[in-house]
Write a protein that binds this ligand. Structure first.
Ligand SMILES: O=C(O)CCC(=O)C(=O)O
Ligand SMILES: [Fe+2]
Length: 292
């Protein structure tokens, strides 16, 4: 078993075909060398200043840098990359009216870091197994999440390329993974691993002498709580300067109908009568809301 790797000219439909079957696929060589150079410049000082993980599960020789929308301007256009955002929208559309940005994180796996326990990301919303035991979960037929991990270094079997269990998105949650069912997402720098919230995966062991750097942006149904609180990670004063396609993804818009309406003190003072988050950014909503 292996992960299917699509070329950079693939379309959303090609991605969806593989993702629905395997729960994951790689799109090779998506980012240009100029884009990668800009990202390197933006992320290097952030990674430098990020502390090592404090929990075994997250990795004590792993650095996790979140808050990327506010902290790292070169990351912003990657979040709205048309191919990945198109695939995220298409994959999640059966379960929602809108999608949102769920989490931003640089994952720097340093030499000597062991493999992360295998897991399903969807269990952040509750559910069984793999370290996320808890009461309640989303019904299995709802796909809550679509993920991208962009390779900022090559991802190799030695340096901790993400481990993935293709097809496990269809498994019963209780089924155990056999070692020969695990493959690694080996890919060149500038490629992206796409995978669903339901597929079993985890960071790989870094047996090399250099860090493995992944930049992950995950997307979820806009009616779910975001894993990373984007309103605190990217507060109003920063969000005001960002393009609407990005602020919509952060959640500075309603999730549907009235979901996520607001009345800030400034909106109150200004006598704004439509309680839509766009007004908090000093903008008019792009589309009239159903609540008008
Ligand atoms: O770093 C990776 O390759 C995957 C990390 C991951 O799955 C996670 O932190 O949830
Ligand atoms: Fe994960």
């Amino acid at each position: 078993m292996s992960l299917e790797t699509l070329g950079p000219d693939c379309g959303v439909g090609d991605i969806l075909t593989v993702i629905k079957r395997d729960g994951a696929c790689i799109v090779a060589d998506v980012l240009s060398s100029e884009t990668l150079a800009g990202l390197d410049e933006g992320v290097a000082p952030l990674i430098e200043r990020t502390a090592l993980g404090r929990l075994e599960w997250a990795g004590r020789k792993t650095k996790r840098t979140s808050g990327l929308i506010a902290l790292c301007p070169p990351c912003r256009p990657i979040v709205t990359h048309p191919l990945v955002l198109g695939a995220a929208n298409e994959f999640l559309r059966p379960y929602c009216e809108k999608i949102q940005l769920n989490l931003t994180q640089l994952i720097t796996i340093l030499p000597g870091q062991g493999a992360q326990p295998l897991h399903r990301d969807r269990f952040v919303w509750g559910g069984g197994g793999d370290g996320f035991e808890g009461a309640g979960t989303l019904p299995k037929h709802i796909e809550p999440q679509f993920n991208a991990i962009w390779a900022l270094t090559d991802f190799t079997a030695e340096n901790g390329a993400t481990q993935v269990v293709p097809g496990s998105n269809e498994w019963d949650f209780a089924r155990e993974t056999e070692p020969d069912e695990v493959v690694q997402a080996e890919m060149t720098r500038g490629s992206v691993l796409l995978y669903t919230g339901s597929v079993i995966h985890g960071g790989g062991e870094n047996r090399s002498a250099a860090p493995r750097i992944g930049m992950t942006f995950t997307y979820s149904l806009a009616w779910l709580r975001q894993e990373e609180n984007q309103f605190l990670s990217c507060p109003l004063d920063v969000a005001k300067e960002l393009p609407p396609d990005l602020t919509d993804l952060l959640g500075y818009t309603v999730g549907n109908f009235s979901l996520g309406f607001c009345m800030t003190p400034a909106m109150w003072e200004a006598g704004v009568d439509l309680m839509l988050p766009e007004y908090a950014l000093g903008r008019r909503p792009r589309r009239p809301a159903a609540a008008d």
